[in-house]
Design a protein around this ligand. Structure first.
Ligand SMILES: C[S@@+](CC[C@H](N)C(=O)[O-])C[C@H]1O[C@@H](n2cnc3c(N)ncnc32)[C@H](O)[C@@H]1O
Length: 279
């Protein structure tokens, strides 16, 4: 949804891109006339990509490795005209088997966006150590997986599970596979990724910081891919006296965008502006 992002943030002097990834949105904003971009990502591999892809913009780009919940006005050193969040994982992370995000590519069951050097628990830790009930709750809550109890029971029976292939196999044998239907492990993998990276807690903590980071008239734009994320964004914008909602209904991708990028199918974009006289 690059066109909407550029339309909403292209007139800002400085934009903090909280999820810089490979730098696609950042480059579009710089090309549209944004003077400087501060690019944040918790993934050192994503930052290395962004460093290469944005090298041509020289000192108009500053990159920092951080969780976005840690980034506020003090960390950036000033207030800015725009803040962008493009949530979730990148296709780069999904495609890299070694990162353990995908049920399609075999690899160690990891899923930490900050990489294996991170000292937070990995997907392997959750899958092998959580009590069955907690595991089922994660699959149900973050993956809308209605067969969560059956899957959690199968996982506990088959522990230890070390790889993405092993986990996908356990799920398929627990619930079967419908020809032509979505892969039965899709929802469980999404749920584990959200839990491992504490994605909802990150978003909840970060949105108030983003409002505080804005100049009067500045804008915050969030693209989310899951109804739980969208609900957090909607409520946080609505309940923050410093913000005025700019998108009563969220913007969604065009048919062409959906066709070009299946991951974008569930995307929802919401924006809010900082009111002039906020305390
Ligand atoms: C969908 S991708 C962003 C793609 C980017 N907009 C582009 O144009 O290339 C999401 C990125 O956000 C990062 N990310 C997700 N949660 C984060 C968090 N809490 N703090 C910092 N980065 C995060 C991921 O590591 C990933 O690189």
């Amino acid at each position: 949804m690059v066109a909407e992002v550029v339309e909403l943030l292209g007139a800002a002097d400085v934009v903090v891109d909280m999820t810089v990834g490979a730098g696609g949105h950042a480059a579009a904003l710089l090309d549209a006339g944004v003077r400087d971009v501060v690019g944040v990502d918790r993934d050192p591999e994503a930052l290395a990509r962004a460093e290469t892809s944005l090298a041509g913009y020289g000192d108009r780009v500053r990159l920092m490795q951080a969780r976005f919940s840690e980034v506020d006005e003090d960390v950036v050193g000033r207030t800015v005209g725009g803040v962008l969040f493009d949530l979730g994982v990148s296709s780069m992370q999904l495609d890299e088997g070694e990162r353990g995000f995908s049920f399609r590519t075999d690899g160690p069951l990891d899923m930490r966006m900050a990489g294996a050097a991170d000292d937070e628990p990995s997907a392997r830790d959750l899958v092998n150590e959580l009590p069955e009930g907690e595991l089922a709750d994660i699959l149900y809550r973050y993956g809308d997986e209605r067969r969560s109890r059956r899957i959690a029971a199968a996982i506990v029976r088959r522990r230890p599970i070390q790889t993405t292939d092993e986990l996908a196999g356990v799920i398929v044998s627990a619930v079967g596979r419908r020809p032509g239907g979505p892969h039965p492990a899709r929802r469980s993998f999404q749920a584990l990724r959200i839990a491992v990276n504490r994605e909802l807690e990150e978003l909840t903590a970060s949105l108030p910081h983003a409002a505080g980071l804005l100049d009067p008239g500045g804008r915050v734009v969030v693209i989310s891919y899951h109804s739980l994320e969208d609900g957090i964004v909607k409520r946080s914008f609505r309940d923050d006296d410093r913000l005025q909602v700019l998108t009563r209904k969220p913007a969604v991708p065009t048919d062409a965008e959906r066709d070009a990028n299946p991951r974008a199918r569930s995307a929802k974009l919401r924006a809010a502006g900082r009111v002039e006289d906020a305390a």
